[in-house]
Ligand binder design. Structure first.
Ligand code: ATP
Length: 331
């Protein structure tokens, strides 16, 4: 009998970062202080064209400061910033026409209809997208003739996104797009954002919701106290700890695992628990052994940490941070 399952738990790591020839956003060494407070303390990040990128972090971490610098609404103290090939600090009208910004609330005339509002905002841009197109994208076609004041909170938020799309931007900044939504409205908003991403727009999102980042983002960066403490795809960040995956089960009555395997198990009540980075081979051997010996593995579970687990771990103990997302590959 083979007893070496655990030795085959191999993890291959390589830099998980996406480096593209023409990134939509490229930031190196960005710094911004307010008096003595280092709000942004030397951050690097890169967002590829067509990517959905989420910036996550606790209150006061430096998200808004970073986003406002990228949008061209705040000057930086130091660092290099290129957005769509422009330095936003010298933002010319051509740059502003290529970005769309969806803040947490947009000032709108409550007595205009949805279509009139989109038409009005489109008038500020050289190549506006038609209100009909935008309403179809954000799911407001049936509300075209309804006044802003009569829309529900979720529908108003869709209109905020619609206004952000008025100039047909290549890059859309979305600031906490679903704060205050009920679960159904959040799902609808997520579908809308997925639709936008499918049209090739680059989306830079800030959010406090880990499930939102996990669902929508191709890559995320976690910022804390002005520094990026982790960056990578939600899946690779969630799996970045070498012992990330937990396998847990209760061994059937009278059964005994092979000695070296048993020795590596942690007992949690009447359950046995194993932690490892790459569980595929171990699970194959374990279930094969159980079947060959007619042993039951009651309540067998394979548990991966969520992005939220990793976020909480990193933001509560930033010393564990400064990681680039690693990619685990099964051998
Ligand atoms: P939140 O999630 O609460 O919106 P955030 O991550 O967006 O937070 P920032 O708004 O960028 O954080 O703020 C970063 C730090 O800089 C905070 O400590 C904040 O108090 C401070 N700060 C932000 N704007 C200013 C300002 N105009 N003057 C002075 N301090 C500021």
């Amino acid at each position: 009998m083979r007893t070496s399952w655990l030795h085959l738990d191999r993890t291959f790591k390589r830099a998980g970062e996406l480096i593209t020839a023409n990134p939509a956003i490229s930031v190196t060494g960005l710094r911004k202080s307010y008096g003595g407070l280092k709000a942004v303390d030397g951050i690097d990040l890169e967002v590829a064209e067509g990517e959905v990128f989420a910036l996550l972090g606790p209150n006061g971490a430096g998200k808004t400061t970073t986003v406002e610098i990228l949008e061209g609404y705040r000057d930086r103290d130091a660092g290099r910033v290129q957005v769509l090939g422009h330095d936003p600090q010298k933002a010319d009208p051509a740059y502003k026409a290529r970005i769309g910004i969806v803040l947490q609330s947009t000032g709108m005339d409550p007595y205009l209809t949805v279509a009139e509002t989109l038409d009005l905002f489109g008038g500020y841009y050289p190549n506006p997208r038609s209100p009909e197109d935008i309403m179809a994208l954000v799911g407001l076609t049936e509300k075209a003739g309804v006044r802003v004041t009569k829309l529900s909170g979720g529908q108003q938020r869709r209109l905020d996104v619609g206004v952000g799309l008025a100039g047909d931007p290549d890059l859309l900044f979305l600031d906490e797009p679903t704060t205050g939504f009920d679960p159904g409205a959040r799902r609808n908003a997520w579908d809308m954002i997925k639709n936008l991403a499918a049209t090739g727009k680059t989306i830079f999102l800030t959010t406090h919701f880990m499930d939102e980042a996990q669902y929508l983002a191709d890559r995320v960066a976690i910022i804390n106290q002005g520094r990026i403490i982790a960056q990578g795809s939600p899946a690779t960040l969630a799996g970045r700890n070498s012992g990330a995956t937990v396998i847990r089960f209760k061994l059937g009555e009278g059964a005994a695992l092979p000695g070296p395997v048993r020795a590596a198990a942690k007992e949690v009540g009447d359950l046995l628990e194993f932690s490892m980075a790459n569980p595929v081979y171990f699970l194959h051997e374990l279930t094969g052994w159980a079947m060959a010996h007619s042993v039951t593995l009651e309540g067998l579970e394979v548990i991966r940490p969520s992005l939220e687990d990793v976020y909480l771990e990193l933001t509560q103990d930033p010393a564990k941070g400064n990681v680039e997302g690693s990619i685990e590959e099964a051998s």
